[in-house]
Structures are given as structure tokens and as C-alpha cells.
Design a binder for this molecule. Structure first.
Ligand code: GLN
Length: 237
């Protein structure tokens, strides 16, 4: 737990990257922390502002190709996120934000654009747009239930030896290689919108637990009923 007992959530570049309700990830983290008596402070970092290094959990969302390129340039120049993660902060990076975390990704004409190199992944334009519901089984080492979400991207992502696949794709495209997302240390990358943490509260608790330690259980029965309903519908399709 942070020394002053306030959990700092940093939402990176809402003015450039926040599609399909990604900002909901911030709300879910805040709410699940507060329901356990953990005080939170949320910092919205616009792309004109420096990224603070004192955050506990960093979030970045998806977006169109041009804002994505701009975000990568600004994050590279800023360096705050890089220092925060080197200092042990955790992070959830979604879609465009996920691709930015790698060495390279495809721009609006498919041209290679430099990422910020915090995850051992490389993305490029794929053969077709991946759009629709996604279902994936999580790496057993993480002990999380089935992931559900929505994807909409042109990019495909190749994982290097420095990361592990987050999950194996059951429905949808994900990375494009049979896997969805990746993780390394306390950083998770995923193509899941929805928002991801509302659809998958256990993923929110993974991020919280990395910073806070043991978490008191919550009554998630209503969320679980919704999850099961959605999973049954998507898998029956
Ligand atoms: N622009 C990226 C792509 O199409 C990311 C899209 C997104 O974040 N939804 O691959």
C-alpha cells in the first residue's frame, strides 16, 4: 500500500485516448477500492501535461490512429510513465494504449510508428478490422475467470519473450495469434473494451491487489449474473 494510504489512479490522455467507455475502468477501480475502505485520488492527465510519477495504477485507453501516434510521441518525450513503471506502479493499457506500450505499431497508412517500448511486443496493421465480442481464457498463473469484452482494431500484435500472453482467445481476434493481450510484471495490455474492468471485475482486483496486497472479498453476484448472461449469449453465437 502507498505510504500515505491514498491509492493514486492516473488516467493518461483522456483527450486523445478513450473509446468505448474506457474511462469506466477508472470508475471501477475507484469504486472497488472505496468499497474496501481504501481512499483513492484520481489524476486525469491531459496530453499537454506531464505524467506524474507518484501514481499507483496507470490506465490508458483506445483511440483512433492519429491521436494514438500523438500520444506515443508525447509519452516518449515525457518519460513520466516509464519512470513510474520502473518504480513498481501497475498499469492497464487498452487497445491503442496497449499497442503504444510496445516497440512499434501501425499508423493510419500502415506505416510503422515507434511505441514507448515498455512491453516486449510489436504491432502492425492486420489483414482486416477485428470488430465484435471477445471471449478469452486467462493464463492459469493469474487465476482469473474468463475474460469478456468488445474489440475494434486494425492492429495485430506479436508477443516477444519478455511478456506472457494474458489469455487464449475463444471468440474474437485479440492479438491475432490465438492469444489476447499480454502481461509482464505489473503491466497488463489488452484489446478489451467494454470497459474491460466493468466486464471483468477480477481483472480490476488483480491490479488493485498488486498495489494494495490482500483484498477483502466483495459481493459480486449481480455482476457475475450479467457476465454469465453475456458469455452464454456470445458463446452460443
Ligand atoms: N488505432 C488502433 C487500431 O486500429 C487502435 C484502435 C483502438 O484503440 N480501438 O489498431
Amino acid at each position: 500500500m502507498p505510504s500515505d494510504s491514498v491509492l493514486r489512479i492516473v488516467w493518461i490522455y483522456p483527450d486523445l485516448l478513450s473509446t468505448y467507455g474506457d474511462q469506466g475502468n477508472v470508475l471501477v477501480l475507484e469504486q472497488r477500492a472505496r468499497r474496501r475502505g481504501i481512499e483513492t485520488e484520481t489524476i486525469h492527465v491531459r496530453s499537454s501535461d506531464p505524467v506524474p510519477e507518484s501514481g499507483d495504477i496507470y490506465l490508458i485507453g483506445g483511440g483512433e490512429d492519429r491521436p494514438q501516434i500523438l500520444a506515443a510521441q508525447r509519452l516518449r518525450k515525457d518519460g513520466g510513465l516509464q519512470r513510474a513503471l520502473a518504480g513498481g506502479a501497475s498499469m492497464l493499457a487498452v487497445c491503442a494504449g496497449y499497442q503504444i506500450m510496445g516497440s512499434t505499431f501501425g499508423g493510419e497508412e500502415g506505416q510503422p510508428v515507434d511505441g514507448i517500448g515498455l512491453l516486449d511486443i510489436a504491432s502492425a496493421r492486420g489483414p482486416a478490422r477485428a470488430v465484435g465480442e471477445l471471449v478469452a481464457e486467462v493464463d492459469a498463473a493469474l487465476g482469473l475467470p474468463t475474460l469478456t469484452g468488445f474489440e475494434n482494431h486494425m492492429g495485430v500484435t506479436r508477443l516477444g519473450p519478455g511478456v506472457r500472453p494474458l489469455s487464449r482467445t475463444v471468440k474474437g481476434i485479440g492479438n491475432g495469434d490465438g492469444y489476447e493481450g499480454c502481461y509482464a510484471g505489473h503491466v497488463v495490455g489488452t484489446y478489451l473494451h467494454g470497459p474491460a474492468l466493468a466486464r471483468n471485475p477480477a481483472l480490476a482486483d488483480l491490479l488493485l491487489g498488486w498495489r494494495v496486497g490482500q483484498l477483502a472479498p466483495l459481493d459480486d453476484s449481480r455482476y457475475e449474473a450479467l457476465r454469465q448472461e453475456r458469455l452464454a449469449t456470445v458463446l452460443a453465437d
